[in-house]
Design a protein around this ligand. Structure first.
Ligand SMILES: Cc1cc2nc3c(=O)[nH]c(=O)nc-3n(C[C@H](O)[C@H](O)[C@H](O)COP(=O)(O)OP(=O)(O)OC[C@H]3O[C@@H](n4cnc5c(N)ncnc54)[C@H](O)[C@@H]3O)c2cc1C
Length: 487
């Protein structure tokens, strides 16, 4: 039996075979039906990953990697019977922090929080340095989904911090990319011949299993200055966010809406009471003078655009505990479930995207009120691009994964929220319709997985080329089948 062989490779303590355990690991946060993995295997080294993939694929079993499990677009959920799910979290070593050559090598199951702390001991961090989910989300999961938040306005998405990857392909062969592919090389630079790193990033795990990654390093800033502005409208918030981004000074810039400002007002940031639209961010610098000078430029710009400066304690609080927000992101203010979608747009399409979402929600106002669905409209600048993340909140069963990630007192209070089938259907249906509206506007997405439309959105020649690559790397379609619509 293949499950016995897999247990021998990784050790019996590192497999899950019971029904509840397999179901837990096979589900993401998206409330959709899944195929349950036949076994969950947690390898402890890249070599064990390669051996598990070899044995599973030889037996005709699909293999899917799962990082922190913090996805909501069916990225790692199995689609085929006999799937072997790899729990990557035992690959948790930060292998090398090289402050001479300014790269860090980490195993793929390292979380962003672990990576940040390990690098900070050496006075450095990665340019993109984590998601808000980074207490649980892994570097392997983030590079497979591609990801945005800390560092993104200045340095872009997680993908842009990558120097090289070590990847186990279908059948168990391992390759390394960039200068890491050099027989005598180290992973200090991304380009050595064609960029074979790129195809494995944002592939939502469909082309191979990442076992180690090399990321760039930058110096930790010695000074960080927060800024915060109140603006009258959503349009003004988006305009200010993206104009600040163009200065190239701020490390993060993001916008809050009335719902989020209300939540923060209730958390004690009382100056946000009654404030609808805000823009927050941080300027980092090598010393106080540099950070202060950058923040002064941001303030000048905001004043010219008519924004009102307010207390900057929100962005400073986010920075003080960067990975501590999982519960407050994962749930709405009263224990509602949270379900986001997003679109990435160039600045020139930001207003059209914002208008389209607002018009869509207006058209659904009665349904939204009937089912007591709440909405938020969060925004972020990644480089100079507009990241627009509308979210839905409604009362529903939280499920085992959410309950595990929230503090016990919250879990006890809300674990019995019942599932109202019609409300869930309405919310999930609106989420899908909004994604289609974004796609009409040319939105691109992170976390494509098995939820965002992809094959129908790209030009046929591109889809054919990607399929040819998939066939070359994974002829039998045994690595995360269905991800990116590739089977
Ligand atoms: C509360 C909360 C906050 C969030 N905040 C952010 C945010 O700030 N920014 C953002 O971009 N996203 C955010 N997300 C979304 C999500 O957390 C990110 O996409 C995150 O990067 C996923 O990492 P993970 O380790 O949990 O990956 P998983 O969800 O476990 O997996 C994601 C995908 O990666 C694949 N995968 C995982 N590991 C490997 C590997 N080693 N090799 C190959 N494929 C692999 C899986 O098969 C799957 O396709 C948030 C989610 C939640 C629930």
């Amino acid at each position: 039996m293949i499950t016995d062989t897999l247990a021998t490779i990784v050790g019996a303590a590192n497999v899950v075979t019971d029904d509840a355990g397999r179901a837990f690991y096979s589900n993401d946060l998206s409330y959709t039906d899944v195929e349950t993995a036949v076994i969950v295997v947690a390898p402890g080294s890249p070599e064990e990953v390669a051996e598990v993939v070899r044995v599973a694929n030889e037996a005709g079993c699909p293999v899917v990697a799962r990082g922190g499990g913090m996805s909501y677009t069916r990225t790692f959920v199995p689609t085929r019977p006999n799937t072997v799910l790899l729990d990557m979290r035992r690959l948790d070593k930060v292998v090398e922090v090289n402050t001479d050559d300014m790269y860090v090598i980490a195993e793929a199951g390292v979380t962003w929080e672990q990576l940040y702390l390990a690098c900070a001991e050496h006075g450095v961090r990665t340019p993109f340095w984590g998601t808000l989910s980074g207490r649980y989300a892994t570097v392997g999961g983030a590079l497979s989904n591609n990801a945005l938040f800390f560092g993104s306005t200045k340095y872009g998405s997680a993908a842009e911090s990558v120097l090289g990857l070590e990847v186990v392909l279908a059948g168990g062969k391992t390759i390394r990319t960039g200068s890491w592919a050099h027989r005598s090389g180290t992973p200090f630079t991304r380009y050595y011949g064609p960029d074979l790193t790129g195809p494995f990033i944002a592939d939502t795990g469909s082309l191979g299993i990442k076992t180690r990654v090399s990321l760039k390093l930058v110096q930790l800033p010695n000074a960080s200055v927060g800024f915060a502005f109140s603006v009258p409208t959503f349009d003004a918030s988006n305009e200010l966010t993206l104009e600040i981004a163009k200065l190239g000074i701020a490390t993060e810039v993001y916008g809050f809406d009335p719902l989020y400002n209300g939540v923060f007002a209730d958390l004690g940031f009382s100056f946000l009471k009654g404030v609808d639209w805000t823009v927050f961010g941080i300027v980092d610098g090598a010393n106080d003078a540099i950070a202060d000078a950058g923040a002064a430029l941001v303030r000048d710009l905001a004043a010219r655009l008519g924004a009102e400066e307010i207390d900057p304690s929100v962005p400073m609080a986010v920075r003080a505990d960067p990975f501590g927000a999982v519960r407050s992101v994962l749930m709405g203010p009263k224990g509602e479930v949270w379900m986001p979608i997003h679109g990435i747009f160039p600045k020139s399409k930001a207003k059209a995207a914002a208008d389209a979402a607002v018009a869509y929600f207006d058209s659904k106002a009665d349904l939204i009120a009937k089912h007591d669905i709440k909405l938020s409209l969060l925004t972020l600048a990644s480089g100079t691009d507009f990241i627009f993340e509308p979210s839905f909140y409604w009362f529903d069963e939280l499920g085992a994964f959410r309950l595990e990630k929230i503090e016990k007192e919250w879990a006890d209070q809300w674990k019995t929220i019942p599932h109202v089938a019609e409300t869930r259907e309405v919310a999930l249906g609106m989420r899908k319709e909004l994604a289609a509206i974004f796609d009409e506007l040319g939105a691109v997405h992170l976390q494509i997985g098995k939820w965002y439309e992809f094959q129908s959105q790209v030009e046929p020649a591109y889809a054919e080329t990607l399929l040819a690559l998939k066939r070359a790397l994974d002829p039998d379609g045994l690595i995360n089948p269905g991800s990116l619509g590739l089977v």
